[in-house]
Design a protein around this ligand. Structure first.
Ligand code: HEC
Length: 255
C-alpha cells in the first residue's frame, strides 16, 4: 500500500495477497447469496417462474388488483400452503375479504399454516395473524413498499454496498489494466449504479417503467464486480508480471 501509486499484485507481500484473496472469496460467495435473495423475494409475484420487470414493479409499486396476502402467496410465501388452500384464500381475497367467511373457512387455514411464524410473540415484524385486525391489514389492496420502508432499506443499502465496493475497488486498484480510463470506469461504475438503483426504487413508485433502471443498474454493478474479482484473482496468482514493470530496479508502481 504505497501512498501515491499502487504496487502491482505480484509485488505485494504474500500475506497481503492471501488477505485480498480471502476477502474476495467471501465477497464472491456473498454476491451469489445476494442474487439468490433478490430472486426469492421478488420472483413469481407476476405468476411467472423467472424474474421479470413486472415482478419489480409489483414489489415497489404494488399491484392495484392484488392484496399483500395474495402477492406474498404467489411469491415468497408460495411454499407455505398447498394449492387448494391457496385457491380458498385467493377466492376470499377476491371477494374483498368478507368477515363472515373468516371465522369458518379462512382462520383455520391461517392457524394451521401461517400463525407459527406470523404472531407478535415470535416475529414482531411480520403481519400478525392471531387477530382479525392483523389479517385485515394484509387483505387490503397492495400499494407496494411504503416510503418509510424504502428510506430504511436505502440508507442501509447505500452504506453497506459502498463499503463492499470500496474494498473490492481498492484491491482491484493493484491490477495492471490498460487503458487507464477503463480501469477508472470499472472502479466507479458500481457507485454510480448504486445511486441509480436506489433512485429508481422511488421512481418506480411514480412510473413503473423505472423498474428497468433497477435491472440495468444491477447488471452494471454485477458486471463491474465480476471484472474486478476475476482480474484481481488472475493477476494475483496466475498472470505474469506486465513487461517492463519492476525490471529497472525501481518500485513497480502502476496507475
Ligand atoms: C416459516 C415461517 C413462516 C410461515 C409458516 C409463513 N410465513 Fe409469511 N412471512 C415469513 C417471513 C420471514 C416473512 C418476511 C420475509 C419476506 O418479506 O420475504 C413473511 C412475509 C409474509 C407476508 C408479507 C408481509 C409484508 O408486509 O409484505 C405475507 C402477506 C405473508 N407472509 C403471508 C403468509 C401466509 C398467508 C402464510 C400461511 C399460508 C404464511 N405467511 C406463512 C415467514 C412465514
Amino acid at each position: 500500500m504505497s501512498s501515491q501509486n499502487a504496487v502491482h499484485f505480484k509485488f505485494l507481500p504474500m500475506s497481503t495477497r492471501v488477505l485480498f484473496s480471502s476477502v474476495l472469496l467471501v465477497f464472491g460467495l456473498a454476491y451469489c447469496m445476494a442474487m439468490v435473495q433478490v430472486w426469492v423475494t421478488h420472483v413469481g409475484l407476476d405468476g411467472k417462474s423467472y424474474l421479470t420487470a413486472q415482478d419489480l414493479m409489483i414489489s415497489y409499486n404494488g399491484n392495484k388488483d392484488a392484496t399483500k396476502m395474495a402477492t406474498a402467496l404467489k411469491g415468497p410465501m408460495a411454499a407455505m400452503l398447498d394449492d387448494a388452500g391457496k385457491m380458498t384464500l385467493f377466492t376470499w381475497l377476491h371477494k374483498g375479504a368478507p368477515k363472515d367467511e373468516f371465522d369458518k373457512t379462512i382462520n383455520p387455514i391461517l392457524q394451521e399454516h401461517c400463525v407459527a411464524c406470523h404472531n407478535k410473540a415470535a416475529n414482531p415484524n411480520l403481519p400478525d395473524y392471531t387477530s382479525w385486525e392483523g389479517v385485515q391489514k394484509v387483505a387490503v389492496a397492495d400499494t407496494g413498499m411504503t416510503v418509510p420502508t424504502l428510506v430504511r432499506v436505502s440508507h442501509i443499502h447505500l452504506f453497506s454496498i459502498t463499503f463492499i465496493f470500496f474494498i473490492v475497488g481498492f484491491i482491484f486498484s493493484h491490477a495492471y489494466i490498460r487503458p487507464l480510463w477503463f480501469k477508472c470506469v470499472v472502479i466507479s461504475v458500481p457507485f454510480l449504479s448504486l445511486i441509480t438503483d436506489v433512485a429508481s426504487w422511488y421512481l418506480t413508485k411514480m412510473w413503473e417503467g423505472f423498474a428497468w433502471m433497477v435491472i440495468i443498474s444491477g447488471a452494471f454493478m454485477g458486471t463491474a464486480f465480476t471484472i474486478m474479482w476475476l482480474t484481481s484473482m488472475y493477476q494475483m496468482w496466475l498472470g505474469k508480471v506486465p513487461t517492463g514493470l519492476g525490471e529497472d530496479g525501481k518500485i513497480p508502481c502502476i496507475k
